[in-house]
Design a protein around this ligand. Structure first.
Ligand code: NAI
Length: 460
């Protein structure tokens, strides 16, 4: 039996990585203390994935109302009631939060509310109280990064956390950073009626995605009249009478009511005792081996503090992995490229596996074949009046090594795409599967038919 305050696992941080580890460990019969200074559920549930996707859904409804005439439905968009939008968003978060609290309670996980610090390789201290674990999992997540000279005041210069709590639709907004957070908020605010400009230092929006995907997002954003300036880093921001003025390299300026800083998220690893206990950090990220062990005592790390994709579902997977590792189940190592990625802007972007550039680097340019299936040939996409494509990447005579999709609702197709990638399926095998008609999933089927040399509604 465990002594009071001695557990099989002490977990610092109750976000996606930490709570997933706690739930799986409890299921496996291990005793767990789960420590957090804020609400259980972390960034994703309270300040990230869930509330932003609620905003994006409200944004989609606004656009559908505005465009309803195209479908023969007469409706006028009278306006956006931000109090109503926020209450819907907070309601979703609240229900999920309650559900999570219930699950953790049911599993008899010891919840500790307070700021924890690693004071020994097996001990976390919270308000003078010590919690000792035969194993410790670090899961302290990430924070919104800023840039030198950029003062975030929460009023004119905001992080995504402030942006989620806005009680009004800004008349205009500058979005600094054209990555995932940047394009999602730009998409929401444009749909709500704001004038939006994205400033991105790299040569393209959503630069981590395949280059063809960036082109299509940029084309769609131009059509939606979302302004963007790429290829020039931001230099400074000044306050004006009613807002802010941002200057980019070369001296060009943009003015707006507010500026959102979306230049990436940094790992929350400072002043938590990690380095003092011998845990190695690289630019703030916790270094681990592929089994997520830090190399120090029985300390593991999961989620956004571990270098790689900062995604909630990666955190879930890593949390489950470490719980099983500690329980001696010898789980299979997680393949980062097999983790699906979705950006919920309009248009939506979904991908898994390697981009064309990465696949050519890995296998050689002449060993890679690609195929783009245009959604123009997909019945359901035509019904939805969406544009985009499904792009497949395969090695010559080998399996599919990358799937990249852009268009309305493409996020839902990523589940099939990730099975294809993770099962190392050959296009010829996927081409055997029958897809329901009319669905957008047929676009995936058609792309594989074409790659297998037997296109139906397309040319090979
Ligand atoms: P990000 O890394 O996706 O994008 C940041 C962008 O800011 C980059 O394109 C970068 O080039 C640009 N940037 C950096 N310095 C700049 C400068 N001086 N001037 C102009 N541009 C500059 O990071 P983001 O969007 O902040 O998101 C943080 C994390 O949260 C990401 O890892 C993302 O995956 C995750 N997230 C995931 C979501 C999803 O899965 N749908 C939604 C929101 C966030």
């Amino acid at each position: 039996m465990s002594q009071p305050n001695t557990f099989d696992i002490v977990i610092l941080g109750a976000g996606s990585g930490g709570y997933a580890a706690a739930l799986r460990a409890a299921e496996l019969g291990l005793t767990v203390a789960l420590i957090d200074k804020a609400e259980l559920g972390g960034t994703c549930l309270h300040r990230g994935c869930i509330p932003t996707k609620a905003l994006l859904h409200a944004a989609e409804l606004a656009d559908q109302t505005r465009e309803s005439e195209q479908f023969g439905v007469k409706a006028d968009l009278v306006g956006i009631d931000m109090a109503g939008v926020n209450s819907y968003k907070d309601g979703v978060v609240g229900r999920l939060y309650k559900g999570l609290q219930g699950l953790l309670k049911q599993d008899k996980i010891t919840i500790v509310q307070g700021a924890g610090k690693l004071v020994a390789q097996d001990t976390v201290e919270v308000d003078g109280q010590r919690y000792t674990g035969r194993n410790v999992i670090l899961a302290t997540g990430s924070y919104s990064r800023s840039l030198p000279g950029l003062e975030v005041d929460g009023k004119r210069v905001l992080t995504s956390e402030h942006a989620l709590k806005l009680d009004r639709v800004p008349s205009s907004a500058i979005v600094l950073g054209g990555g995932v957070i940047g394009v999602e908020f730009a998409s929401v605010w444009k749909s709500f009626g704001a004038d939006v400009t994205i400033l991105e230092a790299l040569p393209r929006l959503v630069a981590a995605e395949d280059a063809d995907i960036s082109k299509q997002v940029e084309r769609a954003f131009r059509k939606r009249k979302i302004n963007f300036k790429v290829g020039k880093p931001f230099e400074k921001v000044e306050h004006t009478e009613n807002g802010v003025r941002a200057t980019i390299q070369g001296g060009e300026t943009v003015e707006a009511e507010i500026l959102l800083v979306a230049v990436g998220r940094g790992p929350t690893t400072q002043d938590l005792g990690y380095e003092q206990q011998g845990v190695r950090l690289d630019r703030g990220f916790v270094l681990t081996n592929e089994r997520l062990h830090t190399g120090v005592g029985n300390i593991y790390a999961v989620g956004d503090i571990v270098p790689g994709l900062q995604l909630a579902h990666r955190g879930f997977a890593q949390g489950i992995f470490v719980a099983e590792e500690i329980a001696g189940l010898n789980p299979a190592v997680i393949d980062e490229a097999g983790i699906p990625r979705v950006t919920y802007s309009d248009p939506e972007v979904a991908s898994v596996g390697l981009t064309e550039e990465k696949a050519k680097e890995k296998y050689g340019a002449d060993k890679v074949t690609t195929y783009n299936y245009n959604l123009g040939g997909n019945g359901k996409s035509q019904i939805l009046k969406t544009q985009g494509f499904v792009k497949l990447i395969r090695t010559v005579d080998g399996p599919v090594v990358g799937v990249h999709m852009v268009g309305a609702r493409m996020g839902e197709l990523v589940s099939e795409a990730q099975l294809i990638y993770n099962w190392e399926a050959f296009p010829e095998e996927v081409a055997q599967l029958v897809h329901a008609h009319p669905t957008q999933s047929e676009a995936l089927g058609e792309a594989h038919l074409a790659l297998a040399g037997k296109p139906l509604h397309a040319h090979s």
